[in-house]
Structures are given as structure tokens and as C-alpha cells.
Write a protein that binds this ligand. Structure first.
Ligand code: GDP
Ligand code: IMO
Ligand code: MG
Length: 428
């Protein structure tokens, strides 16, 4: 048995999609276990760009099966759109399946997400407006609609009716917006059920069998630990558990089956959406990193906020996830910037020096990062393929991270293309 979990360690967009794509060539299964189409995972194959939102990035290379497991919230219209896009490029998608237990993002979830954000006027989370939060709320409130319900028209109608009674009243009375029509939604989702019926299966059974049969299984995280509903910068987070721990509940596999826990971090930090960001560079250098790194959201197109690497938050993220293999991406983006700063501690509002990540989100705005400075390098490193190809200062940067976190960097990514990697240890 070999299982691999790829999770983000910062605020998302670390390059999880690229790493999943690389690892999926040798995987029998690639599995999404949380989140939904709020994700944007970019993979470059040569010059061709693929952005996957809901489908596992493994869909491009995995010869086995790609699974959207029970912990994911599925917008079936996005699913169909992505499948059609891949098929229009001549790719086969018969190997993509969705759990019967996965919850469905309904049109009212998207509207609720949108109206709530609009209402906050200035204090909004900056969600992707994909309905993620409202869908998870209904799951926990036990009123959600699951993929299996799409195959059962009578039950589906009953559930939509019950939900619309509450949601329409909110739309009309609280938000002063138009209400939704039951027949329209019901007819559309019955048709979707018919279209997807062969792909809606009991994924947990097959995954556990695969574990017993010693298959290679890759679990692909979306979002990241600093957006985790429990351990991120609440309430500026997403509504799922994008941690390695999230895999067990999100895919129905036991904790004892998880082996290689791979954490992906950028060589600097980015964040899209609102919330505290202690090492943010709201200046010319931040703009330079945004331009060189192409830091614009893959899902919403929003400019990503940029900043220095933050080892205090990374330590928190590696601890919660139990990471045993690190990946550092986008090291190439830092070429030509010197000195490079890395936050190793925070100074609190009352002058205390701490080296752990606080649970008090509001206080974080007043914390001052304490930096170590490292000398940069000028060389273009995008063609480096072995560790020794890297300039000494780039190696020192990597080794500084390893020493602080006490975890080895097994892969350094030096460009967006699938082959632009320095692999220091083969995991497969
Ligand atoms: P994900 O959400 O974690 O999969 O990451 P995104 O795809 O949203 O954002 C990462 C962006 O960085 C994408 O545009 C990738 O093509 C790009 N990328 C990934 N790794 C590297 C790298 O090592 N160097 C550079 N320059 N770009 C990279
Ligand atoms: P990937 O998988 C970066 C952010 C949103 C917002 C917050 C809540 O590409 O790394 P949501 O729509 O989930 O309710 O929004 O989380 N967010 C992401 N930021 N990458 C992502 O996914 C994200 N998914 C959600 O910007 O701040
Ligand atoms: Mg992304």
C-alpha cells in the first residue's frame, strides 16, 4: 500500500495542481476529498494550460481512476462543464467518478453566498461565491441534497421543496431578492442526475479495497491549512478541512492508511481574499512578485496579495498536518530579489516575542513579523533539474526552511511546466 496526500500549507494556490499532476502519472487513484469548485489548480503541459476546479488534477495523467469523494461539495454543472472541456480537447474522462454521499451545491447556495458577501460591505470574507459555505452548512444541518438524491426524483423534489421554503423566505424577506422556482430547479437537476448516473458510485468501498490491494492512491487537497475551518484565520477561511486529517472523513479511509504526507508551500506567500496576512508586501516589491509570479486567482482572476515567506504559519501548518515531505514551489520567482526576508517570529501588540501561530485572528493584524535576511541570487533557475544546479544562495534558502521546520524538502519546483522540478528523493 502506498498512499500520498498533497495539501497546501499557506493560503491556497501553492501549486498543488502541478505537484498532483506530476505524482499522478504513477497513481492508480487520484482523489479529491474536500472543497469544491472554489479551487483552481493549474497544470501546464508544454504550452497548454489546464485549470481544474472540481476534477482532480490527476485527470490529465492518471491511468487509473479519478474520484470526487464524499467530503467534496459538488456543483454538478461545473462538473459537466469541466468534463466537456477536457473531452473537447480529445481527452477521455470515463475514469472520473463521484461519491453518492457527496453533497450537491444548489443554485440557492450560490445566491446565498453572493448575497451574504454583498451585505457585509467592507467586512466580507472575499469568498469565491461558488456556494461552498452554504452547501457545507446544509450538510451539517442535515438538510443537504446528496449526489445519490439526484438519482431519486421523488426524494429530490421533496428535499428541494423543503429547502426552498426556508431559502425563498430568506431571499424575499431578508435579502429583498427574487425567489426561486421549484419546477425549474427540479427539472434541471433530474436531468443532471440522468446525465451523471453512471458516474455516481460508492467510492469509499472501492478506495478501501484499493488500499487492501496495495494500490497507489493520491489524495489531492484543495485550499490550504491557513484557510482551514478550524486551524486557519477564522472567519477568513473556507468551510472545509483542507488538512491531511480531512482525508479520513472526506474519503472514508482510516488514519492508519495515510503514509506520505506532502505539504506544498510557495517560496513566498500569497493570499487571495480578505483576512490577516502578517508578512504582506503591500508595496512595489509585492507588485513585482505578483507580476513575475503571475499571481492572479485561477478561479476568480483577482490579484493575489503577496508577501514574504512566513515560517511561523508554516510551522503551524506542518504540525497540524504531520507533514513528512515538503515541496517548495516558485523558487524561480525569487531570482533577482535580494535580500530575501523570512519571518521566523512575531512581535505581539504588547511587545512579546512568539514563534507560534495565534488563534486570535483580530490580534494578528497588529502582530509584527520578525525577519531573518538571506542573500538572494540573480541566476535564472528555471532550467535547474538537480539540486546542485541551484546557486548556493538558493540552496541556503531551501536549507533555512528545512532547518526551521525540521522536515526535508523532497521537491523544488522551478517553473509551471510539469517537467520543471528538482526531485531530491523519489517517493514512488
Ligand atoms: P494550486 O491551487 O495550489 O493548484 O495553485 P494554482 O494553480 O492556483 O497557482 C499556482 C500557479 O503557479 C499556477 O499558475 C502554476 O502554473 C504556477 N506554478 C506552479 N509551480 C510553479 C513554479 O515552480 N514556478 C512558477 N513560476 N510557477 C509555478
Ligand atoms: P486552491 O485549491 C486560494 C479563499 C477565498 C476566500 C476564502 C473563502 O486553488 O488553493 P470560499 O469560496 O471557499 O468560501 O472562500 O477562501 N479560497 C481560496 N484561496 N486558493 C483556493 O483554492 C481557494 N479556495 C477558497 O478567496 O478568501
Ligand atoms: Mg489555486
Amino acid at each position: 500500500m502506498s498512499t500520498y496526500v498533497v495539501v497546501g500549507l499557506q493560503y491556497g494556490d501553492e501549486g498543488k495542481g502541478k505537484i498532483t499532476d506530476v505524482l499522478s502519472a504513477k497513481s492508480d487513484y487520484v482523489v479529491r476529498f474536500q472543497g469544491g469548485d472554489n479551487a483552481g489548480h493549474t497544470v501546464y503541459v508544454g504550452d497548454e494550460k489546464f485549470v481544474l476546479h472540481l476534477l482532480p488534477s490527476g485527470v490529465l495523467q492518471c491511468k487509473g481512476k479519478c474520484i470526487i469523494a464524499n467530503g467534496v461539495v459538488v456543483n454538478p454543472k461545473s462538473f459537466i462543464r469541466e468534463i466537456e472541456q477536457l473531452e473537447s480537447k480529445g481527452m477521455n474522462t470515463d475514469h472520473v467518478f463521484i461519491s453518492r454521499r457527496a453533497h450537491v451545491i444548489m443554485p440557492y447556495h450560490i445566491l446565498l453566498d453572493t448575497y451574504r458577501e454583498e451585505e457585509k460591505g467592507g467586512t466580507e470574507i472575499g469568498t469565491t461565491k461558488k456556494g461552498i459555505g452554504p452547501c457545507y452548512e446544509d450538510k451539517i444541518a442535515r438538510v443537504g441534497i446528496r449526489m445519490v438524491d439526484l438519482l431519486n426524483p421523488e426524494i429530490l423534489r421533496e428535499k428541494i421543496e423543503k429547502n426552498l421554503r426556508v431559502k425563498n423566505s430568506l431571499f424575499e424577506k431578508y435579502f429583498e431578492k427574487p425567489t426561486l422556482d421549484i419546477d425549474e430547479i427540479y427539472n434541471e437537476f433530474v436531468e443532471i442526475g440522468k446525465k451523471l448516473q453512471d458516474r455516481i458510485v460508492d467510492t469509499e468501498l472501492e478506495l478501501n479495497e484499493a488500499i487492501r490491494d496495495n494500490k497507489n492512491i493520491l489524495f489531492e487537497g484543495a485550499q490550504a491549512l491557513m484557510l482551514d475551518i478550524d486551524f486557519g484565520t477564522y472567519p477568513f477561511v473556507t468551510s472545509s478541512s483542507p488538512s491531511t486529517g480531512g482525508v479520513c472523513a472526506g474519503a472514508g479511509v482510516p488514519p492508519t492508511s495515510l503514509q506520505n504526507l506532502i505539504g506544498v508551500a510557495k517560496a513566498y506567500t500569497t493570499r487571495v481574499g480578505n483576512g490577516p496576512f502578517p508578512t504582506e508586501l503591500d508595496n512595489e516589491l509585492g507588485e513585482k512578485i505578483r507580476q513575475i509570479g503571475g499571481e492572479f486567482g485561477a478561479t476568480t482572476g483577482r490579484p493575489r496579495r503577496t508577501g514574504w515567506l512566513d515560517l511561523v504559519s508554516l510551522k503551524h501548518a506542518t504540525m497540524i498536518n504531520g507533514i513528512n515531505n515538503l515541496v517548495i514551489t516558485k523558487l524561480d520567482v525569487l531570482s533577482g530579489i535580494s535580500p530575501l526576508k523570512i519571518a521566523t517570529k512575531y512581535k505581539t501588540e504588547d511587545g512579546k516575542i512568539i514563534d507560534y501561530f495565534t488563534s486570535s485572528t483580530t490580534k494578528l493584524y497588529d502582530y509584527e513579523p520578525i525577519y531573518e535576511e538571506l542573500e538572494g541570487w540573480d541566476e535564472n533557475i528555471s532550467t535547474a533539474r538537480t539540486y546542485d544546479d541551484l546557486p548556493e544562495n538558493a540552496k541556503k534558502y531551501i536549507e533555512f526552511i528545512e532547518n526551521y521546520l525540521g522536515i526535508n524538502v523532497y521537491l523544488v519546483s522551478v517553473g509551471p511546466e510539469r517537467s520543471q522540478n528538482i526531485i531530491r528523493k523519489e517517493l514512488f
